[in-house]
Design a protein around this ligand. Sequence first.
Ligand code: NDP
Length: 247
Amino acid sequence: MTQIALVTGGTGGIGTAICQQLAKDGMHVVATYRSPSRADVALAWQSEQQELGFDIAVQCMDVSNFDSCQQAASEIRSNHGAVSVLINNAGITRDGVMKKLSVEKWDAVLNTNLNSAFYVTKPFLDDMIEQQYGRIVNISSINGQKGQFGQVNYSAAKAGIHGFTKALAQEVARKGITVNTVSPGYVGTSMVMAIDEKIREQIVAQIPVGRLAEPAEIARAVGFLVDEASGFITGSNLSINGGQHMY
Ligand code: NDP
């Protein structure tokens, strides 16, 4: 039976590569985008994917809002069927040193990067339990492992993802559901290309492999973790950071 995979933030840099990887692996993939105002962008992205040979569905879902997630989940269930593979990938940065960081930036990053894992996973978990099968991968970050200057919000949210993963992995292990984290280092997407070029050069200088990651290199690891044959890997974290943080 074809598996239904949901990738939040599927139209973004890493999300696109994950969607393509899972589609190549034979799954029916649904990619989410943030708001109705972004529907035209999502449809253009969908056409681009079609031209590349990937048939990927799109769905509006604001991962920072529980009601939006519940509504999207019921639309996905009726339009596509029960989701068995969930990739919690959507994320944002709103950087600033603690002294200057606003409550708004704190809340936005915590809601989008951490609360979202709960908001999105909750409405899909019952279906996975009923199927006695599921694969969940949460995208964290090297900066959730080691902390990053100017990112107390992002580092805290991404660190929280590890606790979420490990606790949920224990709760659902007997139901055939695995829950894992992937922690990318710096990847050449818009999130990183928005960083000042000089700072980016300094970042690359700290990466033993000597370059940024390609989104496909993150997607490959996600594909491995959601494979049916990966059922004994749960509660784990896979760091993909070019050797920048060995932990
Ligand atoms: P992008 O900015 O390219 O993509 C982020 C995606 O998340 C976009 O599709 C965006 O949608 C979506 N998104 C943002 N807010 C919401 C929301 N409230 N509801 C639904 N979707 C939302 O980032 P990346 O591809 O680089 O990042 C993907 C993940 O990888 C993130 O979790 C990020 O933290 C993590 N990561 C990235 C690293 C990097 O170097 N790039 C390093 C480590 C981790 P829209 O376009 O509509 O705004």
